[in-house]
Design a protein around this ligand. Structure first.
Ligand SMILES: [Zn+2]
Length: 469
């Protein structure tokens, strides 16, 4: 038995788009909200599937889908229609889901992940079903989610590890955020189904993995499970499994239901869609600079190291903040350090994004400017930014609230403190006068302690030397 097994992974990801209303009715799209609403509060006869109700397609969803297909380097189908995927389950009251089966909006695209091309097989629009809530003795249905616009983005089986799957999803999420069709600060989710097989073996589908980190965990589990089967001399059975997020295991669901098992029929309620060539051209020309291009430009234009540029472009809003800071006169070096390193560190620690945080561009820029003009020390500036994140207040208010000390920079103030230190540390002064340079470090340390770190150490050293002459 070969020790290193080769894994073949493909992902089908469902992304809830952040349009204002649902896909086929004017109900509010609950995925665009920040807080979970009460069950069954955003519903109408269409998303409840009542007989006689008629769906009307939300044009914004088509626009978003086209933008995604363009951003993922897909070919575009300019004529498409909607189909009904027929199945009987209470999460869709009308007993079918409106989706695109025969002709997707986009196909044959790719995403570059760590230098490797992951091919995109198709991008299509479909409606989200309702949410089923299983209780001990009964089951509830929440139709708020019924009709929420989804994009299904399917890769070719080009992914070869759990880490790569996560990196792909990170990139996908980043692109969708850049073009403004997905917002991580809302209830909208990324849900993936994964197809995993060991080369030469049967394929297993793992359903219902939410988020990015979870995909990595689920795939690692499933790969190990399949490997053990193979090592025990058994074949991996072709099946569909479900990811149990609580137990962190995959569980067998049912024997594989082929796509063809579903009845797909044309949806006669919805007209075919014709995408106007000029509209598509305009969409394409209005696409913002995408992460890969921005990364290259940042490296070239600002002379940044690739790793620093990567951190700055991780979120569009952070990249914009960096460029604004530089435009406003902050040096590239300080802007990159404070935004790409310190602010990113604060956001990562709280597992949030700049967009969702309480930071405001002008507050951050004002703070970095104050640092550059030597008003605040390194440590104080970092403290200010931490508090700015926590309290969502401008610099002035934070100084008022926490009494952040300005750097002791005037020569007179420093001289007065130096004289105090000299008076209190006669032995060190003596040592310094007899040629022990290290004693000077000690005295500088005393000044730093007295000023609670708010003196410029180099300046403190100069002042001490001057006074001790
Ligand atoms: Zn509705």
């Amino acid at each position: 038995m070969k020790r290193n097994l080769e894994y073949i992974i493909g992902l089908e990801t469902h992304v809830q788009l952040n349009t204002k209303s649902k896909l086929f009715c004017s109900c509010k799209n609950v995925a665009s909200l920040k807080e979970e609403p009460l069950p069954n509060t955003y519903v109408c006869e269409t998303c409840l599937g009542m007989p006689g109700s008629k769906p009307v397609v939300n044009e914004k969803v088509i626009e978003y889908a086209l933008k995604v297909a363009l951003a993922l380097n897909c070919k575009i189908n300019k004529d498409f229609f909607f189909s009904r995927k027929v199945y009987f389950y209470p999460d869709l009251a009308k007993n079918y889901q409106i989706t695109q089966y025969e002709i997707p909006v986009g196909y044959d695209g790719y995403v570059v992940v760590n230098g490797k091309k992951i091919r995109i097989k198709r991008v299509h629009i479909e409606e989200d079903p309702a949410k089923i809530v299983h209780k001990k003795d009964y089951t509830l249905v929440d139709y708020n989610r019924s009709g929420v616009p989804l994009l299904e983005i399917v890769t070719e089986p080009d992914i070869s590890s759990a880490e790569e799957a996560r990196a792909y999803l990170f990139k996908l999420k980043q692109i969708l955020e850049y073009i403004g069709v997905y917002d991580a600060s809302t209830l909208a989710v990324f849900k993936s189904d994964a197809n995993i097989s060991i080369k030469g073996m049967e394929r297993v589908e793992v359903k219902n993995i939410t988020g990015l980190k979870e995909v990595e965990i689920a795939l690692k589990y499933e790969m190990l499970r399949q490997k053990q089967q193979v090592l025990q001399g058994r074949n991996v059975a072709r099946e569909t499994r479900r990811w149990d997020e609580t137990a962190k295991v995959t569980r067998a669901m049912r024997t594989k239901e082929e796509e063809e098992d579903y009845g797909y029929i044309l949806d006669g309620d919805l007209p075919a869609v014709k995408v106007d060539y000029n509209f598509l051209k305009e969409l394409s020309s209005k696409l913002p600079e995408l992460p890969d291009e921005k990364l290259q430009r940042f490296v070239k234009q600002y002379g940044l190291k690739e790793k620093t540029a990567e951190s700055l472009i991780s979120e569009r809003e952070i990249a914009d903040l960096f460029e604004l800071a530089v435009k406003e006169g902050i040096s590239v070096k300080e802007a990159a350090t404070w935004i790409g390193r310190v602010i990113k560190k604060i956001l990562n620690y709280h597992a949030t994004s700049y967009k969702a945080s309480g930071f405001k561009d002008e507050w951050v820029i004002e703070t970095i400017k104050a640092y550059e003009s030597k008003k605040y020390s390194d440590a104080t500036t970092e403290q200010i930014l931490r508090k700015m994140f926590e309290d969502s207040l401008p610099l002035k208010e934070l100084v008022k609230k926490y009494g952040f000390k300005e750097m002791v920079s005037s020569d007179d103030a420093l001289k007065a403190i130096a004289l105090e230190v000299i008076e209190e540390n006669k032995k060190a002064v003596q040592d310094y006068r007899t040629g022990n340079e290290k004693a000077l470090d000690f005295l500088v340390g005393k000044i730093m302690a007295k000023t609670k770190g708010s003196a410029d150490p180099k300046k403190a050293r100069d002042v001490l030397k001057e006074v001790l002459k």
